[in-house]
Design a protein. Structure first.
Length: 165
């Protein structure tokens, strides 16, 4: 079920903030965790200025064999991320320095669509969702999103990367 189709009236309870033992450590915005994925590291990049969203997504993805990098700014993500590895970008539409759609376009140009981009929006906007999907977003989620739905979307991107390799 897509995030666009999965509008729910009740919000999922927020998980506790991850402890330093479960939270991925980052260096220059990129995770230093080693992936357990057989085809090399599958990376998830979260570009969202909200520390609560960063902590929640980190907690949600803690059991997946992924390297998670978190970024507050779109320009930092684009400058510091190696987009040659298989991965998935989770990007908020409202970043402090650029728009999430600008990040989507840049990722599409750099990867020829080989890295999945999931757009996250704080407010319901059908026109924005349609635009993001037309420009190549793999999915669109309205905040607050259901954690299970986002996790399934990342797992789907991992499966697609395995099939394509």
């Amino acid at each position: 079920m897509s995030g666009l189709a999965a509008r729910h009236s009740r919000a999922e309870p927020q998980p506790p903030r991850p402890s330093s033992a479960t939270a991925p450590s980052t260096v220059n915005g990129e995770s230093d965790l080693r992936s357990r994925a057989p085809l090399g590291p599958f990376r998830v990049w979260l570009v969202d200025p909200d520390p609560a969203i960063q902590a929640s997504v980190s907690w949600l993805l803690r059991h997946l064999p992924v390297e998670l990098g978190t970024f507050r700014y779109g320009e930092d993500f684009l400058a510091q991320s190696d987009l040659t590895a298989p991965g998935c970008v989770l990007v908020d539409t409202d970043l402090p320095d650029t728009s999430g759609l600008d990040v989507l376009r840049a990722v599409q140009r750099r990867t020829s669509g080989k890295v999945a981009v999931v757009v996250l929006a704080s407010s319901p906007d059908v026109h924005l969702a349609v635009q993001a999907l037309r420009e190549g977003a793999a999915d669109f989620f309205e905040k607050p999103f259901l954690g299970a739905a986002l996790t399934r979307r990342v797992e789907s991107a991992m499966a697609d990367a395995r099939r394509d390799s």
